[in-house]
Ligand binder design. Structure first.
Ligand code: URA
Length: 305
């Protein structure tokens, strides 16, 4: 701790500390769940600078030692500010229908060209059609065994996944690992990814446009992994890949056929509850347990058990 820090601590009145803690609690309540800029932002300095900039025209009429403009030359621009570290701007939570169609077309072309997972990942890294990319820290591509016959597909990365660049590594991922462990499946025996490759800011619900922009990539992802069975984890995943508007409570536990492109044809697909939902609704775990047993049975029938 520096001498200045020490002085600051000592001079911190209890009231000031409480006010700061209250301000922090307010930010958490408003959905700020992590610090995302590399350097702290001094908003007081920014607003003082903005105020000074607003007052600048009056000051310019005062005598100054700066070079002055000639009568007919354009007015001198206000002094430029040193760049300050800025937190990434959250992507707007609105759909943009026109842009969405273009993004889906561009994504479809890029994904179709990818001949392996490495190329698909590179195509996603170059893809500009999903605005979530600009607020996320990392692309979350996939984890587990890409040669596995079982593929799990979740919804969207959360804060832990965004930080580590891997799907399902936070608390819901840990629950999912425990659940699949009950039927002898771990990440050496399945491959896992999401229908969205970047974290929506503050874990908000992704827009239809964002899901649509990523859809060609997840479709190609499935073709390249070529699993024999799919477990669709959560409503967004099931709806996006099965093209249905039905909710997860109706979809879960029923077998569907996912129509994959190329020579793959129909792949059996089983929707199930998302582990984040199970963490909030423990009573629903029994249904997820049934779904996993159904998956195990189907794997045995297919000779993958
Ligand atoms: N929830 C998801 O759907 N996917 C993740 O990767 C993490 C949490």
């Amino acid at each position: 701790m520096t001498g200045d820090d020490q002085k600051l601590r000592e001079s911190d009145a209890p009231d000031a500390r409480e006010a700061l803690l209250a301000a922090l609690a307010w930010q958490v309540a408003m959905g700020a769940d992590e610090a995302i800029a590399d350097a702290p932002l001094d908003r007081y300095r920014e607003s003082a600078e903005a105020k000074a900039a607003r007052q600048a025209p009056t000051q310019r009429s005062q005598p100054t030692s700066q070079p002055t403009s000639q009568p007919n030359s354009p007015p001198t621009s206000p002094p430029t500010r040193a760049p300050t570290a800025r937190a990434p701007r959250p992507a707007p939570a609105t759909d943009a229908p026109l842009g969405a169609a273009e993004a889906a077309a561009e994504g479809a072309a890029a994904a179709a060209q990818a001949q392996d997972l490495q190329a698909l990942r590179a195509a996603l890294e170059a893809f500009e059609g999903c605005p979530l990319k600009h607020s996320a820290t990392n692309l979350v591509f996939g984890d587990g065994n890409p040669q596995a016959d079982v593929m799990l597909i979740g919804e969207a990365p959360g804060a832990d996944e965004d930080r580590q660049g891997k799907p399902f590594v936070g608390v819901s991922g840990q629950l999912l690992d425990r659940m699949t462990g009950f039927i002898g499946l771990d990440r050496t025996r399945f491959y896992i990814t999401n229908v969205l490759y970047w974290r929506p800011p503050g874990n908000r619900t992704p827009t239809e446009a964002e899901v649509a922009a990523c859809r060609p990539f997840i479709q190609r992802h499935i073709e390249l992994v070529a699993p024999k069975v799919l477990l669709l984890v959560g409503g967004k995943s099931a709806k996006s890949l099965l093209g249905t508007e039905q909710g997860i409570t109706r979809l879960r536990g029923k077998w569907f056929e996912y129509e994959a492109g190329g020579a793959l044809g129909a792949i059996p697909a089983l929707p199930t509850f998302h582990p984040a939902y199970l963490l909030r609704n423990a009573a629903m775990k029994r249904f997820a347990w049934r779904d996993l047993l159904a998956l195990q049975r189907r794997m045995q029938e297919l000779g993958i058990g």
